[in-house]
Design a protein around this ligand. Structure first.
Ligand code: IMP
Ligand code: MG
Length: 175
């Protein structure tokens, strides 16, 4: 049997703060896209908690969701820098908002934005729950950022370590 919680998660951002920030961001997005049929493209699995809370705070009647996924090869906390993308939605002529859990080196978001841009969308913005600017390699920033955090490996609220801990309600740091 595996020993659980061997990494001793410690809360960094608690569920109540996450919920409050989603409300603020959702309202800002709703203001910015008023009257438009926004296509939200969350990147699974990391964004699953964040986007669920976020879109419920965006009262736009024409909003649609299309789930995509982007994964870099490699396990654990090491990103190999090569990004593999799932099929992207038919989004020609639409305003698109890409949503991800965390902006780290920026390679994932850069690859997704490049692919979406070549799909003929009308506008593109990005929204991330967490930003680790100290680790950036790609020349990219997000339009909506929930929290800027130091260079620590975080888990919970969708973020995983080797597939574990996504279900934790708080964003936590591990050793
Ligand atoms: P990037 O391509 O380096 O910006 O990495 C983005 C992806 O790496 C995120 O969508 C996460 O899946 C993963 N990632 C980066 N930092 C962390 C972290 O601290 N915890 C968990 N996953 C992370
Ligand atoms: Mg991810």
């Amino acid at each position: 049997m595996t020993e659980h919680n061997v990494h001793h998660p410690r809360p960094l951002i608690r569920a109540e703060r996450l919920r409050a920030r989603c409300r603020q961001m959702g309202r800002a997005i709703a203001r910015d896209y008023a009257g438009q049929d926004l296509l939200v493209v969350p990147l699974l699995g990391g964004a699953f908690c964040f986007v669920a809370d976020l879109v419920r705070e965006i009262p736009l009647p024409g909003l649609e969701l299309h789930f995509a996924s982007a994964s870099s090869y490699g396990a654990g906390t090491i990103s190999s820098g090569r990004v593999q993308l799932s099929a992207l939605p038919d989004c020609a002529g639409r305003p698109v908002l890409v949503v991800d859990d965390i902006l780290d080196t920026g390679r994932t978001l850069e690859a997704v934005c490049t692919a979406l841009t070549s799909a003929g969308i009308s506008s593109l913005r990005s929204c991330v729950l967490l930003d680790k600017p100290s680790r950036r390699i790609a020349d990219i920033s997000a339009d909506y950022v929930g929290f800027t955090i130091p260079d620590r490996f975080v888990i919970g609220y969708g973020l995983d370590y080797d597939g574990r801990y996504r279900h934790l309600p708080d964003v936590c740091v591990i050793d």
